[in-house]
Design a protein around this ligand. Structure first.
Ligand code: GLP
Length: 532
């Protein structure tokens, strides 16, 4: 089974319509096996649009629908007969005489099924079968059972299907309890099959389809016996509800994400030992698991990750296999990545740069951290790519960095560097507002006080800040030259100053650099981790 993984429902519909259109172009009198349900509606809309634009001609196409409720009048709003007319047939130039749907009005279902099967054979067989998938794994109306029917037959609907489909009817009672459906062999005799799955409600069954052996409790697994099946699914159906965890020095943040939606957020304190951290994560994550149908977990952690082993100077991890430890405690698949990488991913998935494909995240804190996203993917390089704080911006007489190099960007552009520089300048200019503010604050400066001094027109603070902006801009220019991102996103405490930082920085940078301040800030890590 081939898989086409789409970003969203629109892309899924586009891809599926493309395959159907190719089939019709290659063989204008082909036989299409059509499906109902909400999933193929987008694809039908795209096909109707293509027909309207003169790109595709259905005049010779023949079609057989998978199934129909039983009993049901053709003119019932919820009959598949009405569905096909409204969603496709009335919008394209298919000859109504060439379209076939099992007759839900028949009083002889057995004869109807035999005849339907005969007609499919006489047509030469289905060239391309379109399928949706029920939450319980049914295809057509082939419900999970100890044994499955081969050919078109009358079947009883399961409780699960009646419930799922009651959303289209006024009440559960109105849903017909039986249906006429192509059998598994009928479906498998199609030359080519595309199976569409969209939305988190399908993630469990998609996982079963992909992971389970062929079995009659998940009828869709029968498709694995066919040589030409393509599963086209969006990310929600493929990944389901995800939990992101961001391990920080002070707090561990949790975020539950379903599609574009953030369903839940929480945080716990970071313990001092590795065991304590694992324990705290397991406790919170397992309680989240009780509320949400979590399918996978992503974890962001500071440090370097090599062959799955985490080593961090800020946390008690040394060659720690976080992935394995958490997998054991949570009973779910776990992926671990660097926290700055996760934050960058969070920015491109949920932040103000959502529509970009390439961004660089620059986080200005104790050091300068970052993550690089190209084509919406984290760039890992050999292992610790993205250590942008250590690009060298000063060659001769550069400031010493604990990494062993001199002149590293974070020695100039981090919040720590800004404060250090301001402190030194204040001590040299004891008449300045900056010095006065420092003295009032027990001889200590922080970022806020520097901006307060700037607001009061302090020349000393201004000189320090201008230099800081120069340093910041130098590094950003280099990053832009190397990566050519659509945008650079700034995060960290200093960026809370908003325009006071952004306006002078923009003035220093060349005009074509898009620069944004993160709106997600410290939430980005957990959100991005969920999307790993
Ligand atoms: C219905 C149909 C199936 C369809 C499935 C999923 O009951 N008989 O052919 O694939 O359920 O429907 P939806 O796409 O609305 O989730």
């Amino acid at each position: 089974m081939r898989i086409i993984l789409c970003e969203n429902y629109d892309e899924l519909s586009e891809k599926a319509a493309g395959i159907v259109a190719s089939q019709v172009m290659l063989k204008p009198d082909c036989v299409l096996g059509l499906a109902t349900g909400s999933t193929p509606v987008g694809m039908y809309n795209k096909l109707a649009e293509m027909y309207k634009n003169g790109e595709i001609d259905f005049s010779q196409v023949r079609s057989f629908n998978l199934d129909e409720y039983y009993p049901i009048k053709k003119d019932n709003d919820q009959s598949y007969y009405t569905f096909m007319r409204e969603n496709l047939f009335s919008k394209i130039n298919i000859d109504p005489n060439n379209t076939h749907i099992p007759n839900g009005e028949t009083d002889n279902p057995k004869a109807e099924c035999e005849n339907y099967e005969k007609m499919i054979k006489q047509s030469g067989g289905v060239d391309l079968q379109i399928l949706g998938i029920g939450q319980n794994g049914h295809i057509g109306f082939n419900e999970p059972d100890a044994s499955l029917n081969s050919y078109t037959h009358l079947t009883k609907l399961t409780e699960n299907t009646i419930n799922a489909n009651s959303r289209f009817f006024n009440s559960y009672d109105e849903v017909p309890k039986q249906a006429l459906t192509m059998g598994i062999s009928t479906i498998l005799s199609a030359k080519k099959i595309i199976l569409l799955a969209s939305g988190a409600s399908k993630s469990t069954v998609v996982a079963e389809l992909l992971n389970d052996a062929i079995n009659t409790s998940v009828p869709a697994t029968m498709l694995k016996t066919h040589p030409d099946v393509i599963l086209i699914c969006d990310r929600d159906a493929y990944m389901g509800t995800k939990l992101g965890i961001d391990i920080g020095g002070t707090n561990i943040k949790f975020a539950v994400v379903e599609g574009d939606c953030v369903k839940y957020k929480s945080s716990v304190k970071t313990e001092r030992t590795c065991e304590g951290i694992i324990e705290a994560i397991a406790k919170e994550a397992n309680s989240i698991k009780e509320q949400f149908n979590i399918k996978k977990v992503g974890v962001g952690t500071p440090g370097i990750i090599k062959n799955g082993m985490v080593t961090s100077v800020n946390l008690p991890f040394e060659n720690t296999n976080l992935e394995k430890l958490l997998k054991e405690r949570l009973g779910l698949p776990v992926t671990v990545d660097n926290d700055a990488n996760c934050a960058a991913l969070g920015e491109i998935e949920f932040g103000t740069t959502k529509e970009c494909d390439n961004i660089v995240l620059v986080s200005l804190g104790t050091g300068v951290g970052g993550g690089i996203i190209m084509n919406r993917q984290i760039c890992h390089g050999n292992n610790n790519m993205g250590e942008i704080g250590h690009i060298i911006i000063q060659t001769e007489g550069g400031r010493k960095c604990p990494c062993g190099l001199c002149g590293c960007w974070e020695q100039y552009a981090s919040a720590t560097a800004l404060i250090k520089d301001a402190q030194a300048a204040a001590l040299e200019n004891k008449e300045s507002v900056l010095y006065g503010l420092m003295e009032k604050n027990s001889s200590r400066l922080d970022g806020k006080l520097i901006f307060e001094a700037l607001d009061q027109g302090c020349e000393t603070a201004k000189a320090v800040f201008d230099k800081y902006i120069f340093y910041l801009a130098s590094g950003i220019e280099s990053l832009v030259n190397i990566f050519g991102p659509d945008a650079v996103v700034l995060a960290g405490g200093v960026t809370k100053q908003g325009d006071k930082l952004l306006a002078p920085l923009k003035e220093k940078l060349r005009g074509n650099i898009r620069i944004e301040i993160s709106e997600l800030q410290s939430d980005a890590g957990a959100l991005g981790a969920a999307m790993l």
